[in-house]
Design a protein around this ligand. Sequence first.
Ligand code: ARG
Length: 285
Amino acid sequence: MKRFKTLTAIVLASFMAFQMVGCGGSADQTTDENASAEESADVENSEDKLVWATNAEFEPYEYRDGGEIVGIDAEIADEIASRLGLEAEVADMNFDSIIPAVTSGKADIGIAGMTVTEDRLQNVNFSTPYINAGQAIIVPEDSDITGEDDLVGLTIGVQLGTTGDLYVTDNIADTTVERYTKGFEAVQALLQGKIDAVVIDGEPAKAFVKLNEGIKMCDDYLTVEEYAIAVSKDNEELLDQINSALADMEEDGTLTAIFDKYLGDGEDTDEAADSDEAAEETTAE
Ligand code: ARG
């Protein structure tokens, strides 16, 4: 519950600052997100289904466990669908195909640990944010890098089209940005010594560090962000239904239960991104 409630209290000033910074060099990303959705999974949309587009490479939000796509966003999608009397159907695709899938109607919504940004708001509507997050830095265990200032001039891996990509590209001087389709590929490149650091959202960063020996996460986060559900601008009714389902899920404890299942007791989550330190860094940009 706390996580959801903190959203209204989130350091909005710093969030806005991040968005404004993001606007500067954002042309590329807008282009990416308008690109064709041809990589999209072949899913047929129909009246009784709620097709949710995602990129299941993002534990604990969406990832594959056996053949199944599980995680926080998968549970949120299932729960919203059932509250709307619909059957949830997942469409797994590249991250930068999700917004095109939503705008084209191939998917009804996008749920993908997706950060609300000014750029994306030009193409889709976003629901009420359901959790806050921030970009984290992963480095080799023996690295001296401790935070943003140490990244200047280095080769940094990101997932293509994400806010990590945008932030590093726009804010860190003299870097070579290596863009990978999957966050996992960036981590592989780091493990192979091909790049100096990976910038990716905090919870997936923790999952990668847990799964792979020889890497660690820096304490400082680079941004303060909010995740929300992307909905077509042509479907205000669905947006309202999703917002009221989310409000009910907050009210009756469903959201808290989902977060607790995947994030533990909440002490060790992306809430770290709310810290004054992260807020100051973001505002300072
Ligand atoms: N929060 C970041 C963004 O919105 C990264 C999201 C990546 N999500 C994923 N399912 N791969 O750009």
